[in-house]
Write a protein that binds this ligand. Structure first.
Ligand SMILES: [Cu+2]
Length: 338
């Protein structure tokens, strides 16, 4: 009986997973592969692990459900039926402890390499582009080192002032606006740092290291197509977050959604941004690391503006939420909304 339950479970799982497995490796989202294609190499490894683990756990799940139904019917109460006392079975218990343990260790061993790639093998080459990302309710700020290639101090109070002065009190309506210079210091190395909101521009074919932090609460940096998700923690620098998008995986300039994946407050839903991957060809390598501002301005074409995109996405929701808040404030009950 046990063996047939397991084989039926495996067969059913294979039936469900085979098309997914077959379609794996790229393409547009489908019923069998709802996630958008990965554009990073590490993303393919993660997908492979995902499907492997899903197949394994899915087969076990289906086998267990079939066994559950079978035993429920087979040993149901019948008139005149007698209850039997069973003491337990040491051999069986040892088996269902040892086998899952082996499976879990196996999964851990198989995923170790990918985990190392994501967390510990951050590239240290000259080629690496370093960009600082500061999360703050409810927007993303990206700081590029200027000509000197290194960052100035991070004065979070002054950043908050700069943001306020830049009239971003409606952060969900983020324009592609630069945060006024100066919050990072008037002297080198901070004087030439360049900060921008909601838009992360990265080159293809070069490792990008994100120094991730938060100015207030926990946020989470999530780019689904990169298969990258990393908490932004106040007081930490998150230097282990990195990715590289091979040029062959993108066509020209390509946009990707950056989403906050940590419930961080009322307007969490609007904490979004765009990652723009640019072809590495036409950009002079030095321009990236050494002159962030010029590099950004060069590509400041209207068609890449984030504003339109965000306008469409959030305007209606924004109006809806703001009308509720205003009504609540008038009624003296704003606490409910914060
Ligand atoms: Cu957030």
């Amino acid at each position: 009986m046990k063996r047939s339950v397991l084989s039926v479970g495996c067969a059913m799982m294979a039936l469900v997973a085979a098309p997914a497995w077959a379609s794996y490796g790229g393409g547009d989202p489908s019923l069998w592969h709802p996630m958008r294609r990965s554009v990073t190499e590490v993303g393919f490894d993660i997908d492979r692990l995902y499907w492997g683990i899903l197949l394994l756990t899915g087969a076990v799940f289906i086998a267990v459900q079939i066994a559950l139904v079978y035993f429920t019917i087979r040993y149901r109460a019948v008139p005149g039926g007698k209850a039997k006392f069973i003491h337990g079975n040491n051999r069986l218990e040892a088996a269902w402890t040892i086998i899952p343990s082996i499976i879990l260790v196996l999964i851990a061993a198989l995923s170790k390499g990918t985990w190392n790639d994501i967390r510990y093998n951050a590239p240290q080459s000259e080629d690496t582009v370093q960009i600082e990302c500061i999360a703050q309710q409810f927007a993303w700020y990206f700081r590029y080192p200027g000509n000197d290639g290194s960052f100035g101090p991070r004065d979070t109070d002054r950043l908050a002032e700069a943001i306020a002065a830049n009239n971003t009190s409606d952060p969900w309506m983020v324009d592609r606006q630069a945060v006024p210079a100066g919050w990072t210091g008037e002297q080198p190395p901070g004087a030439d740092d360049y900060t921008i909101m909601a838009e992360l521009r990265i080159p293809a074919d070069r490792p990008v290291r994100i120094l991730l932090t938060s100015n207030d609460v926990l946020h989470s940096f999530y780019v689904p197509e990169f298969r990258v998700k990393h908490d932004a923690v106040p007081g930490m620098n998150g230097g282990r977050l990195w990715f590289e998008v091979p040029g062959k995986n993108v066509q020209g300039y390509e946009y990707f959604d950056l989403i906050c994946a940590e419930l961080c407050g009322l307007q969490h839903y609007s904490m979004r941004g765009k990652v723009i991957v640019m072809p590495s060809g036409p950009i002079h390598p030095d321009a990236l690391a050494k002159d962030g501002a010029a590099w950004l301005e060069e590509f400041d074409a209207d068609e890449y503006a984030v504003k339109d995109w965000l306008d469409r996405q959030t305007w209606e929701t924004y109006v809806h939420v703001m009308s509720k808040i205003t009504a609540a404030e008038q009624a003296g009950a704003e606490d409910e909304y914060y």
